[in-house]
Design a protein around this ligand. Structure first.
Ligand SMILES: *Cc1c(COP(=O)(O)O)cnc(C)c1O
Length: 363
């Protein structure tokens, strides 16, 4: 047994598998395959393995090293690179990935050459930007021209579909209309190529809302899902969808109490800036009982994103390596050495799983 160290990030793999299987079933009811996106857990291989066991059709990540780890761990599912490739990583994209998302002809040409060199056939999905303004062709004629170029001029690249990404930079929702736009783009390309495309990949977790509403365009047949499986919070928190069939205990942060004292709630002295150079506001609530945790912003990013699971505690703030908790109204009599537990959102999970001094454990 590994010695328990804190801070500690615990994955409940049974709950994770349940969420993968539930997502696969939900999508399957509409003829949609699931690419399980592992980047939210920094590509942790046990997480990736659980995505495979839960029935995800593909394993997907934005990062090549995570895909390489998954392969080295013996995961056999087809791998999709979901960040459009850098020219500098083309060799590894061909070596490690079955499919990549693309939007630059120059990169596609480099992929084709490299695939030829490695004796491989690499599959690509061309990305359409439908308004979220991150990756993808804005000019849809250019997209169709590139599709035709791949079809007619590239020997080692196979065009397998089109895709889009929404709700990341521009906060654009995957409405039925937006997704129909993608289907229209696909059908225009199909007309020009004279054949069907294998995949129309209509987004990420947020597109699950269309399945729940029963209005996802019929030809969408691939979604790339991370958040909805790993933490399953956003669609309920921001859009009021019922996520009761998902489990919400996949991820937990555990941190150790390193100091418990009564202190003033307002800083004492002349006020400048905090450790990160920010001007802060402090409410004066008199003397309060506070706990200090041995975990900080370096580990999880933003303290306001921590979700306390203990009754009557409040996250007051943090510096790099410390988190300050108000425990005046706590139910429990907190002592040094106690372990405090938090639920996390997707952003916090990415930071925690990516942090060297956070011990990852599986329950
Ligand atoms: C991160 C990412 C996803 C997964 O997004 P979730 O909201 O976590 O489901 C899907 N597609 C692309 C292109 C991504 O970058």
């Amino acid at each position: 047994m590994m010695k328990e160290r804190y801070p500690r990030l615990e994955f409940n793999l049974a709950s994770l598998k349940h969420n993968v299987a539930h997502t696969v079933e939900l999508c399957g009811s509409c003829g949609i395959q699931v690419a399980g996106v592992i980047k939210g857990a920094t590509g942790d291989v046990e997480v990736a393995r659980t995505f495979e066991q839960g029935g995800a059709a593909f394993i997907a990540s934005s990062r090549l090293e995570q895909i390489e780890d998954a392969r080295n761990a013996g995961i056999e599912k087809k791998m999709i690179l979901i960040r459009i490739p850098m020219l500098s990583e083309v060799e590894d994209v061909i070596r490690l990935c079955d499919i990549s998302l693309n939007s630059e002809l120059e990169v596609l040409k480099a992929l084709n050459e490299e695939a030829c060199r490695q004796g491989k056939l690499h599959k690509v999905i061309l990305m359409a930007d439908l308004g979220d303004l991150r990756e993808g062709f804005w000019d849809k004629d250019e997209l169709a021209d590139v599709a035709e170029y791949i079809e007619n001029k590239m020997i080692n690249i196979q065009l397998v579909g089109v895709g889009t990404n929404l709700g990341c930079y521009g906060s654009v929702l995957p409405t039925a209309d937006k997704l129909q736009e993608l289907v229209d783009i696909a059908e225009n390309i199909e007309k020009r190529l004279g054949r069907e495309l294998e995949y129309i990949s209509g987004g990420a977790t947020s597109s699950l809302m269309r399945i729940m509403d029963g209005n996802i365009p019929k030809r969408i047949n691939l979604l790339r899902v991370g958040e909805g499986i790993l933490v399953a919070r956003d669609l309920e928190e921001f859009y009021g969808y019922d996520l009761s069939k998902f489990r919400h205990d996949v991820v937990r942060l555990k941190a150790e109490v390193i100091e418990v004292k009564n202190k003033p709630s307002h800083p004492v002295g002349e006020i400048g800036v905090d450790a990160f150079g920010h001007k802060m506001e402090y409410e004066d609530r008199g003397m309060r009982k506070r706990a200090l945790l041995g975990v900080g912003k370096v580990d999880y990013g933003a303290p306001c994103d921590l979700i306390p699971l203990e009754k009557g505690i409040e996250v007051l703030g943090a510096s790099s390596d410390h988190t300050i908790i108000d425990i005046e109204d706590a139910e429990k009599d907190w002592k040094v050495g106690d372990i405090m537990e938090f639920d996390v959102n997707y952003a916090t999970l990415v930071y925690l799983s990516n942090c060297r001094n956070v011990q990852i454990a599986y329950v």
